[in-house]
Ligand binder design. Structure first.
Ligand SMILES: Nc1c(C(=O)O)ncn1[C@@H]1O[C@H](COP(=O)(O)O)[C@@H](O)[C@H]1O
Length: 164
């Protein structure tokens, strides 16, 4: 039997993929399998209910949810699953992602969403946090995460250069 991906990346629209692909690429760099799906609390509510209620039984361990504007997806997913949900505010055109950020971050006590930064950095960090959660119970992932960080440190020059 092939092992089920531990991470689900869900997003409100195809238009979010440009941002959320950064989470997928980061997971790939860490050799962590994921399943990416378009699910909208607004446009595909039944798909959300089916996914969120069944996510744990499907074998997922962490959910990364990206959405823009009135970004209800991460919170609604969190309401229907006990799995940790990391929310990525996608940068909206009208309000530069401020709307996405505030929609995701300001959850009522009792249903947490771990909210990341707006856009690409948030998507990358959501993947790294997902990896950190998985690393608690998986030494191979822990090792790959350490190596990833070491590579990142090594790539930062110690002194600034002119004419780059
Ligand atoms: N915030 C949500 C939800 C949701 O929260 O369920 N569903 C779609 N959307 C967002 O609408 C924006 C515009 O979507 P379109 O580009 O499809 O018009 C996207 O950023 C999406 O995440």
């Amino acid at each position: 039997m092939t092992e089920r991906p531990p991470v689900a990346i869900i997003m409100g629209s195809q238009s979010d993929w440009e941002t959320m692909k950064n989470a997928a690429d980061t997971l790939e760099a860490l050799e962590i399998a994921y399943d990416a799906r378009i699910i909208s609390a607004h446009r595909t509510p039944d798909r959300l209910v089916n996914f969120a209620k069944g996510a744990r039984d499907e074998g997922f361990k962490v959910i990364i949810a990206g959405a823009g504007g009135a970004a209800h997806l991460p919170g609604m997913a969190a309401a229907m699953t006990p799995l940790p949900v990391f929310g990525v505010p996608v940068q909206s055109r009208a309000l530069s992602g401020q709307d996405s950020l505030l929609s995701i971050v300001q959850m009522p006590a009792g249903i947490p969403v771990g909210t990341l930064a707006i856009g690409k950095a948030g998507a990358i960090n959501a993947a790294l946090l997902a990896a950190a959660v998985l690393a608690l119970g998986d030494e191979d992932i822990a090792e790959r995460l350490d190596e990833w960080r070491a590579r990142q440190s090594a790539a930062v020059a110690e002194y600034p250069m002119d004419d780059l």
